[in-house]
Design a protein around this ligand. Structure first.
Ligand code: 147
Length: 652
């Protein structure tokens, strides 16, 4: 249609609560974990770290998130790395590990009403009796989860509002039912179960098993593409998109997020959407780089970036709260005739409507694929009936992400819209987001620009003596196993970094078979570094360079791997799994004593040494091998290898 005709003949949309309101709005959330997505955040300096947390959690400032979902660490690879378990072994229990406790407390400090939701990805091997399933002994697994909930409560004063089953993996009905019973009999009646953080199969089981239906409070689906199945609707359960987004946080990512925040309700009746991930705080060369609401991947520089999805979130979160109600679809929520959607919400006193007109190409998410549709300029008349019929004006916030070189407008406070006889008109163009609200709040929070971006330092040392025990050393991102700061009991080594996972996990994706932690700059080609190691005679240490892949791809990464046994043997391999051996032989015996090991790779030559004595010199690295990658350290089995005095001597 011609623009003149369209604007002259816009459509009218009824916003009416007289026939009752729709479901409870449960809030917008962000997910830390699944996994290690906040790994670098905890190492940020202040004030930047605190500023970032404000952009995420402070009400009326930035994303003002309603829900924080976290991983229950399982010593297993869960996308960007491993997160530590509270029970590395059956007799171990510790609630000072990792950064999720810290993050939850920082979120609660800023917003005491933020809802918490916890979910496991992988599990320590013992939980599944060294099988690949956590359901071989469901009492044992439930005991493990209960310990985590109790630790959260007693050690950190944190109460979970929601608990999941096993991220994107199988569930068993018996596990869910017994978990519900155990929660109820142990003082956790208020923890609501979300099942099952995956596809739609759970709906059929809910329909056919009343006891299961009673045990589960919320059906949580991942990447539903804004729609649910017929069976799912028939359950009449609360429906969530309990993991969604996973899209690069540029303006298309912002468009994706705007579209699904509205349309998960409009199309799928889903009342909460949670972003994987909360914040992209992992090396940008890991899988899914920058797939968070904002980015903080340079703790060494303090640089971070508040991106469009933060302000898209604010369009809903700053003007609503969990517990508000959506208007029913058809009388306050729906599609716009020429493309786009609107949702209306109220708490009975306040009223908010969020409108988006994101176009197909500017709102594609990582998955699922988005069927084509068009959006055109249109005039929309909103017709308020019922409770808010007599309001006189609505405050307005506006965004228009820029594409193809156009500049972006995010979360701009525009002049109020006058409402006459319950009606107001808006001329809507493609790729816009509007919030209209009776609330007199809304703020585009702003701190001074963060420090300039800087690459990882090319000379760097860490003696691990300045950390709290059980924490993780800055910038090391564990990709298999788990490395913690521990006391060596040796006066000349003091605190060290120790591998503490006790076995291969009940895994979530493809874990490498050797504990390994990466650090540095993925673009580095020529590097020399050393580290002191203390290993068992039966075990050893791994030093590697040009490690090209992390996350669920870490197990398949290539590079130059120096495997130094404790009993006087070494290997050089070109793969993480140690299968492609290019050199091997004898080396100084280092078991049960501290030794300094060095690896240097320059151009086509790699050299390794122990205590200054050369062990190998490989002069013809094939050009098919990765030309650059991270530094890695590790150990060939799940033993308690110790590391100290890490030093990058040169890197480029
Ligand atoms: C999800 C995971 O739950 C997250 O931990 C993270 O890995 C995220 C990255 O996009 O992906 O897992 C999915 C894996 C595959 C699909 C969907 C989600 N899939 O193929 O539809």
């Amino acid at each position: 249609c011609l623009a003149a005709v369209c604007s002259a003949s816009g459509s009218s949309y009824l916003v009416d609560d007289s026939g009752g309101l729709g479901p409870r709005f449960d809030g917008i959330g962000g997910l830390s974990g699944g996994g290690a997505t906040s790994r670098l955040l905890v190492s940020y300096p202040d004030p930047e770290r605190s500023q970032i947390l404000d952009y995420l959690f402070s009400p009326n400032f930035g994303a003002a998130l309603h829900i924080l979902k976290v991983e229950i660490g399982g010593d297993a690879q869960s996308t960007e790395g491993t997160e530590p378990s509270h029970m590395h072994s059956p007799d171990d229990e510790n609630y000072q590990r990792g950064y999720e406790w810290w993050l939850m407390k920082e979120a609660k400090k800023r917003n005491p009403n933020i809802k918490l939701y916890a979910l496991p990805w992988g599990w320590p091997g013992w939980v599944g009796n060294y099988t690949n399933s956590p359901y071989t002994d469901i009492k044992q697994t439930i005991g493990y989860v209960m310990k985590w909930l109790q630790g959260a409560r007693t050690v950190h004063g944190l109460t979970m509002d929601y608990l999941g089953i096993w991220n994107e993996k199988s569930y068993t009905k018996d596990y869910i039912k017994l978990l519900r019973k155990t929660l109820d009999s142990s003082g956790f009646q208020n923890v609501q179960l979300v099942a099952s953080d995956g596809k739609f199969e759970i709906s059929y089981d809910i329909l056919t098993d009343p006891e299961l239906a009673a045990a589960v409070s919320i059906l949580g689906f991942h990447y539903p593409g804004t729609y649910v199945t017929k069976y799912t609707t028939e359950t009449r359960k609360t429906l969530w998109s309990s993991e969604d987004y996973s899209t690069k946080n540029d303006n298309v990512g912002a468009g994706c997020w705007a579209r699904i925040l509205n349309q998960n309700y409009v199309n799928g009746n889903m009342t909460s959407t949670i972003s994987w991930n909360l914040i992209a705080s992992y090396y940008g060369s890991m899988p899914f780089g920058r797939c968070g609401l904002m980015t903080a991947e340079e703790p060494w520089s303090g640089n971070y970036a508040v991106e469009g999805p933060i302000w898209v979130t604010a369009h809903t979160t700053q003007f609503t709260l969990p517990g508000w109600k959506y208007y029913l679809r058809g009388s306050g929520a729906g599609h716009l005739d020429l493309g786009g959607s609107y949702v209306s919400l109220t708490d009975g006193k306040n009223f908010t409507i969020v409108i988006e007109t994101m176009t197909h190409n500017h709102s594609q998410c990582i998955r699922p694929s988005l069927p084509p549709y068009t959006v055109r300029a249109q005039t929309a008349t909103f017709d308020l009936k019922g409770m808010f019929n007599s309001i006189k004006s609505l405050n307005v916030f506006y965004s228009k992400p820029g594409y193809g070189g156009n500049s972006s407008v995010y979360f701009m406070n525009k002049s109020p819209v006058q409402v006459v006889n319950g009606q107001f008109n808006l001329t809507l163009y493609p790729d816009e987001i509007y919030t209209l609200t009776t609330q007199a709040v809304g703020m585009k929070g702003k701190y001074p620009d963060p420090p300039q971006t800087k690459p990882f330092p090319t000379k760097y040392t860490d003696n691990f003596d300045e950390y709290p025990i059980y924490s993780e050393a800055s910038y090391f991102t564990d990709q298999a196993g788990c490395f913690e700061i521990r006391n060596s009991g040796n006066i000349s080594h003091n605190l060290v970094m120790q591998q503490v996972a006790t076995s291969f996990p009940v895994n979530w994706c493809n874990d490498a078979h050797h504990p390994i932690s990466v650090i540095g700059n993925h673009t580095w080609r020529d590097v020399s570094f050393s580290i002191d190691v203390h290993v068992l005679p039966s075990s050893g240490a791994i030093l590697a360079l040009r490690v090209d892949a992390g996350g669920c791809g870490a197990a398949g990464s290539e590079g130059i791997y120096f495997w130094l046994g404790g009993s006087g043997k070494y290997n050089v391999t070109t793969d993480m799994e140690g299968k492609s051996v290019v050199m091997n032989g004898t080396a100084p015996i280092i078991g049960n004593t501290w030794a300094t090991v060095q690896l240097t790779v320059v151009g086509g030559e790699a050299k390794g040494s122990v205590n200054g004595v050369e062990v190998f010199d490989w002069v013809n690295i094939p050009t098919v091998l990765p030309h650059h990658g991270w530094i890695a350290i590790g150990t060939p089995d799940y033993s308690a290898a110790q590391f100290d005095n890490f030093a990058i001597h040169s890197a480029s």
